[in-house]
Design a protein around this ligand. Structure first.
Ligand code: ADP
Length: 534
């Protein structure tokens, strides 16, 4: 423990000697003394004095004045002053001392026990204060570290977001090319064998896209960027779509697939059809993956109903390999699988159920898994939904090929895209719809084309060298020639981040299409924009 500096100020040397002798038994103090108040003040300024025992009656400056001087100086106002006096114990003297800033009194003749006890207690107080001071310093330091760590985390999250945006763009762009070319090839004359190859290519690129979407989904959820979009939809229709899709897949593996819908299930509910489908699809895909024979069942049952609020449980049961009891909890963690042999035998990223769990949380629902190792598993998602009535479904359009779509008449389109595979694919698709197409490798060349010719529509990639799509859109939309300025623009965005898509609209885009895009979607977007133009 650091010793506390204690000053004794008394004009009589013998008083100092006797007081020092008395205090010799107090631990952790270092006594400094003076008979001269002026010298004592200097000592207080220069040394780290914590306690001062001040004689009241002194020539020149009396004890009260001395303490007042200590208290009026910021360098010395922290010193605890104890008045030592021989004058009466009357209240007015006591008050005078306290008013000047003293904390206590000692009366002459000094009672040794009281003197030692008082000084010891003040020394302890100072030690406690010192400890508090040190803890405060440590607290401030840890607060500083916390702020620093928070700033670092924010910086990391920003770089994660930009990494996401870049990775999303870099990977989606070539996949977009692949998906597009598959689409073009599908519309050509093919032998059965070639058609089979195309189907395999299609399924490989879809798997790749699923993995990328999973990685992006988990990052989006973790960084709070996953938005749940609620809408009214037919839950029956959704379950039937899922049933139809997976029945065929199950048949490929010679597995039975059954869907069992509770008659109490409302026709229409308000929720996020995409996310519900994502959860159920994940369960069924896993069931298909881990089942070699037997049956897979999708069941939707109403667990509880309170007015318009229906608690619905979606359960997927399989007769597959099952999960060991010790693994059942960890399979919901990202990148975790049942056991190490699973990766070797079945592949997979271990992300599916982690995403499902987080999506269920976002939908205020819960996930449950039960399994008997070697016999089968049961995964369920349960949440409460609002029943809605009088809801008309939007008409759906569904064709795998675009060859049946009517051709555009005399439509000239400028495609600004730096990726060759993509521009090649777009050129072919647009030409197959009867459009005349010009290609530009960056925003600057696109601008030059716009200055030279009039277009009915412009398709603009967002990330391009030399001049970005955003900049080129801004330039076109503020073109002095109004006809050119009003040319409809569709941006082709490989980013799944909402703010990048918002930025495209902010820059002036009339529509945004993601990568990889569905050509039918693109067709309808072009059709809408061109017919609007008249
Ligand atoms: P992935 O299947 O891509 O590895 P998931 O998160 O979807 O990732 O699943 C994690 C693990 O949970 C799987 O690797 C598997 O061990 C186990 N699992 C999930 N569903 C089933 C199922 N229906 N039957 C047996 N094991 C399953």
């Amino acid at each position: 423990m650091k010793p506390v500096n204690l000053l004794i100020l008394d004009d009589k040397e013998e008083n100092i000697i006797s007081l020092s002798a008395l205090l010799s038994e107090v631990e952790h103090i270092n006594i400094i003394s003076s008979t001269d108040p002026n010298e004592a003040l200097k000592i207080c300024w220069k040394n780290d004095i914590a306690i001062a025992l001040v004689d009241v009656q002194m020539p020149e400056i009396n004890g009260f004045e001395f303490v007042s001087l200590l208290k009026s100086n910021p360098k010395t106002n922290h010193i605890m002053a104890i008045m030592v006096t021989a004058i009466s114990k009357e209240d007015k003297y006591l008050l005078k001392g306290l008013e000047s800033g003293a904390v206590d009194y000692l009366y002459k003749p000094l009672n040794p026990e009281i003197t030692v006890a008082k000084v010891t207690s003040f020394v302890q107080q100072i030690h406690i204060q010192e400890e508090i001071k040190q803890k405060n310093v440590a607290l401030e330091e840890s607060q500083r570290q916390l702020i620093l760590a928070k700033e670092e985390a924010e910086e990391a999250s920003r770089s994660k977001e930009s990494f996401l945006a870049n990775m999303s763009h870099e990977i989606r762009t070539p996949i977009n090319g692949i998906v597009g070319i598959i689409h073009i090839l599908r519309n050509t004359q093919l032998s059965n064998e070639q058609r089979d190859w195309i189907n395999r290519l299609d399924s490989a690129s879809n798997s790749l896209l699923l993995i990328i979407n999973d990685i992006l989904d988990i990052s989006k959820i973790d960084s709070g960027m996953m938005k749940i979009e609620y809408e009214n939809f037919s839950i029956h229709q959704k379950l039937m779509d899922i049933n139809n899709f997976f029945k065929i897949k199950a048949l490929d593996k010679s597995l039975a697939f059954e869907t069992d819908i509770d008659p109490q299930l409302p026709e229409y509910i308000k929720s996020s059809p995409i996310r519900i489908q994502q959860i159920i699809n994940n369960f069924i895909s896993n069931a298909l993956k881990f089942t070699e024979e037997g049956k897979i069942t999708l069941k939707a049952s109403v667990v509880e109903q309170l007015n318009l609020h229906y608690t619905i449980k979606f359960t997927v049961t399989d007769t597959g390999i099952g999960i060991k009891p010790e693994a059942i909890d960890k399979i919901f963690l990202a990148f975790e699988q049942g056991d190490d042999s699973i990766t070797k035998k079945y592949g997979g990223t271990g992300l599916g159920l982690a995403i499902v769990k987080k999506l269920a949380d976002l939908l205020h629902g819960k996930i449950e898994a039960k399994s008997t190792y070697g016999k089968g598993s049961e995964f369920s998602f349960q949440a409460t939904f609002e029943k809605v009535d009088d809801f008309r479904q939007e008409e759906t359009r569904d064709t795998k090929t675009t060859s049946l779509l009517h051709k555009f008449d005399n439509v000239r389109i400028l495609v600004a895209e730096d990726n060759e595979l993509n521009s090649f694919m777009l050129l072919h698709i647009l030409k197959s719809w009867g459009c005349k197409v010009d290609l530009a490798k960056n925003g600057k060349i696109a601008l030059e084309y716009v200055n030279e010719r009039d277009y009915d529509l412009i398709m603009m990639d967002t990330h391009m060298p030399v001049m970005s799509g955003f900049q080129a859109i801004q330039e076109i939309k503020t073109h002095p020639n109004l006809k050119k300025a009003y040319t409809p623009i569709i941006t082709i965005s490989a980013s799944v981040l909402q703010h990048e898509q918002d930025a495209a609209y902010k820059a002036g885009a009339d529509s945004v299409i993601g990568k990889p895009f569905d050509p039918i979607d693109l067709y309808h977007k072009i059709d809408k924009l061109i017919s609007k133009r008249g």
